[in-house]
Write a protein that binds this ligand. Sequence first.
Ligand code: NDP
Length: 247
Amino acid sequence: MCFENQSIVVTGGNSGIGRAAAKSFRADGAKVAILGRDQATLAQSVAELEVFGRSCDVTDRSALEVFMADAAHHNGQFDVLFANAGIAAFTPFEGHDPANFKQVMDVNFHGTVNTIAAALPHLNDGASIILTTSVANQMGEPNSVAYAASKAAVKSLVSTLSTELAPRGIRVNAISPGPTATPIFNKLGLTGEAIEQTRAFVSAATPANRMGEVSDQVDAVLYLASKRSSFVVGQEIVVDGGLTSCA
Ligand code: NDP
């Protein structure tokens, strides 16, 4: 898969799956633009990966429009958009804080909508848009009402936008990661021992007998970004080691 001189945007490119994807695109010759919120990890990623990057919150449509215009000016009109930024939240439904539910929907769903809308004027015809959903949609796990709903809403974008953007040859697909070792677990407040317990629990429940690694997700992203998937439109690739196949 060759991305030589292609212009690629990765949201959430300063951490986890997004950062690993940005690194792979760079290694394959692409001009990459990343955004995230955390200044420190963003500056570090910009320096290490040699990409265009800026702090930007996906809930802020105006800021996104400025970011996309600047990224296109810097790297050229986009060939690939990996709209990947997201947050996790796991709280019981009973007694839940409505503000917390709203924030999850604002970042994961409206943030994805904002990202696509802001990027659209700068996307080349024939571009590939890749979204990030989650197996939480399928699992029916307790404490995941807001997160699962927000990712189900993102999934709905895959098929609807595929149809709307077909006249421009723009493909829309998604990866649906199973539990994958990234900083998202630390952000949930989990620390060493709890993360190891999660890893052991997930491994035992997964036919592949391990938790996902970022490279598992990146391989699927690279495929959907490349011309090798040119006839793959409106699909969600589940990358979970078989976890949901036996759920
Ligand atoms: P990380 O926490 O490592 O990455 C999430 C990224 O999203 C960070 O770069 C973060 O930036 C960015 N982000 C979050 N909120 C905003 C915002 N409001 N504006 C801009 N950027 C934002 O986790 P992952 O790499 O694991 O997550 C990537 C995607 O994968 C997410 O959509 C997540 O829901 C999804 N996913 C992850 C799974 C897993 O087990 N890891 C499983 C299923 C889905 P910053 O750090 O600056 O806040």
